[in-house]
Design a protein around this ligand. Sequence first.
Ligand code: NAD
Length: 459
Amino acid sequence: MEYNCSDIVLAQKEFFKTRRTQNSTYRRNSLKKLLKEIKKRENDICDALYADFKKPKFEAVLTETSIVIAELKLTIKKMRSWARPKRVLPALLNFPSKDRIHSEPYGTTLIISPWNYPYQLALAPLIGAVAAGNTVVLKPSELTPNTSKILAEIISEVFEENHVKVVQGGVAISQELLAERWDYIFFTGSVPVGKIIAKAAAPNLTPVTLELGGKNPCIVDLHSDFKLTAKRIVWGKFLNAGQTCIAPDYLIVQAQAKFDFIKALIEEIEAAYGENPQESPDYPRIVNEKNFNRLEALLAGENVLHGGIVDKDDLYMAPTVLDEPAFDSEVMKDEIFGPILPIQVYSTLEDISDIIAKYEKPLALYVFSNDKKFANRMIERHSFGGGAINDTVTHFVNHRLPFGGVGHSGMGAYHGRRSFDVFSHKKSITNKATWLDIPMRYAPYRGKLKVLKSFLKYF
Ligand code: NAD
């Protein structure tokens, strides 16, 4: 499909100027229409996700459609109160005044989304952008064309074209869009592309949210319930065949627990996907050949404890566990983003910190332990986007928890009310009364400093 990006942006800027997107009834009705449409198309969406990389319907509903529906319902219910100016206590120095914060839409926004949760990661930020009163151009991933097509159909059915539009395509179209002047850019994807986005935003000082990835550690303490721990790690790691930004990337297991824990891990993999996961209806495929080749290369020369079976024609890679790969090996260098789980071991707390410090700040960290003190220590000692104690991935679904990275795993956070806030400029207003005007602050200042200092003592 051919697009003229400049014309698209110009048309959206004109539409924004009409102030229709700022009308709360208009934006709320648009979101209500979206909710109706996505409920109607839920089966088509699940079929598209299956066609793209055999995402099981259960996972499609659990991790894609239900999340979008929940975000939409919450936003429709709350957006009027989120949009209302908020009264705050005034500063005594300004007496008498009334202070408030207005939420103002940025204007014309660009959302670029990835392929791994191609439906949810496109629509969740879009809901916030529309609720806050912006126009949106959404560029979904080219690697999941069936889902991107459905997204384009839903959006064109629900929104006026100059309000919200889907632009389909790959890197070239993404870069054409980035060359335009936006009022906000929201990007979800890899760290290297995140840097390209930040560079593209810099000349116009366009604010950005970057939802990126990283190498997420998962710590397993001797004092944990191995069976339950293994079950929860297997679920979080092999969900979506390991192609999840917040999946545990590698394990750090207490040395004494290693043997028993590996046994539990293998039992849970078999319990979830059977002896031959390729035959399991619940196990997805790698998204494309390029990613398959990258993942297959990571296995070379490694000590495979379980799995390791691949079928290129089917883009299949079995859930795979690796025994203590070297830290300078390919598999331990970057985010794995596939169904390979390396196990490292620790003896002291310093070992854990040393391992984690080898990498940039991760998007997630998980710790499994019945020792509350130990678990809390791990959470406090390390810097990461977000995470869980005695579970994996599930912090994502609570809309009250801001979701985002830190350092190389991203900047900014969204979900629930924060999705509205991320797409709103917060305009602070002091409304000064005129019935009283304290002369203190005005020049000439002679003789006033002493009075000011004694006054400031009370602050
Ligand atoms: P990606 O960075 O390759 O692509 C993301 C988007 O950017 C796509 O729409 C793509 O077309 C576009 N793009 C790719 N190269 C570009 C370039 N050179 N210039 C401009 N645009 C470009 O990421 P991906 O492979 O789709 O997704 C996997 C990555 O995303 C992983 O690193 C994962 O951790 C991360 N991720 C993060 C989150 C999060 O919420 N933090 C969620 C999902 C995925």
